[in-house]
Design a protein around this ligand. Structure first.
Ligand code: HMG
Length: 303
């Protein structure tokens, strides 16, 4: 394990996709566009803008093409989308997504609940997606869900996570994001997981995607940073959850990650006050408080 921290971290903002996909109230397309624009204005350089999945499975993402069509594209910002199959990739290409992501699981039960097929079927389904994406020059990210536990199976063997991760990289994903889908991970388990995965995949091809259900996400991120991971997924206002994982609360909040990293002297290029403002706007539309503690305290200091 490395003990020194990186000087820079790249944040992948997943709020407009992972953050919103589980919301029962369907937000207007304009509100989603406004959110993406505010996040880009806050300095976020990688924004997961939508998802080209079945609208029957995830109704909130049904207007992703319109969201892509309506955003103001900032130079240097990568606007990405989830694509579970070729149909999704085609839609993402039409929407001019800069990057796409395929998503697998380390747990068989979650794979079936989430994308209606086994892990090996999902990997076989991703092969033509990767081939076509390469053909048209679009980079593909991979996700592995349930890396520290599964809502249906409980314990997940880190060896399975390492194996699915290695498979995604060998198929052509340039990066794999390790998803603690239900936020059950704790620091030692996180360290052990990353050690297993980095036994088969270079650490600079990994990202940490931690949900904060049990309040462990920031601590686990410090462990990930110590192990050399420099790409962190987070969601503005701590929005989030997976419709096919009961108990998957919000992702770690972007505001909290930016605050923590700034305090550690690690550069992100993100303006904390601007991201807090974006979080407050979207939370107001969803009629709730941001789950970000930094955002809540920032408000009380300002009053
Ligand atoms: C994968 C499928 C499509 C399989 O679903 P299926 O029912 O097995 O698929 P199918 O091929 O039999 O098609 C059924 C219908 O879906 C349509 N369809 C098929 N593909 C598409 C598409 N791309 N876009 C739009 N429509 C599509 C297709 O056209 C057809 O329509 P019909 O003829 O019945 O009207 C479905 O299970 C699905 O969409 N699942 C998505 C689930 C999802 O989005 N989950 C959340 C994201 S994963 C996550 O959040 C975890 C992550 C990434 O954040 C990391 C972490 O935290 O762990």
């Amino acid at each position: 394990m490395k003990h020194d921290f990186p000087r820079k971290v790249s944040i992948v903002e997943v709020g407009p996709r992972d953050g919103l996909q589980n919301e029962a109230v369907i937000l207007s397309t304009e509100d989603k566009i406004d959110l993406v624009n505010q996040l880009a204005n806050a300095g976020l350089k990688r924004i997961e803008t939508g998802s080209f999945v079945s609208p029957r499975w995830v109704p909130q993402m049904a207007d992703s093409a319109d969201v892509f069509a309506g955003i103001v594209r900032h130079p240097g910002v990568v606007y990405s989308a989830l694509t579970p199959n070729l149909q999704g990739l085609e839609a993402a290409i039409n929407a001019k997504a800069d990057e796409v992501a395929v998503f697998a699981s380390a747990s068989e039960s979650f794979s079936r609940k989430n994308i209606n097929c086994s892990i090996s079927e999902s990997l076989a389904r991703f092969k033509p997606v990767l081939a076509e994406a390469k053909n048209v020059g679009i980079k593909v990210r991979g996700y592995v869900s349930c890396v520290l536990g599964c809502p249906y199976e409980g314990y997940v063997d880190p060896v399975s996570v390492a194996s699915v991760t290695a498979e995604l990289i060998s198929m052509g994903c340039y990066e794999v994001s390790l998803g603690d889908t239900t936020g059950v991970g704790t620091p030692l388990a996180t360290g052990n997981l990353i050690e297993k995965v980095t036994g088969v995949v270079p650490v600079n091809m990994l990202a940490a995607h931690f949900h904060d259900t049990y309040g462990q996400a920031l601590t686990n991120l410090v462990i990930a940073l110590q192990h050399g991971i420099t790409t962190i997924d987070s969601s503005v206002a701590g929005l989030g959850g997976c419709p096919y994982a009961n108990g998957a609360e919000g992702n770690v909040a972007t505001e909290d990650v930016v605050y923590m990293l700034a305090g550690m002297g690690i550069e992100t290029g993100v303006n904390l006050e601007a991201v807090i403002a974006a979080g407050k706007t979207i939370s107001q539309k969803l009629e709730r408080q941001p789950s970000s503690r930094v955002s809540r305290e920032w408000v009380s200091h300002a009053v």
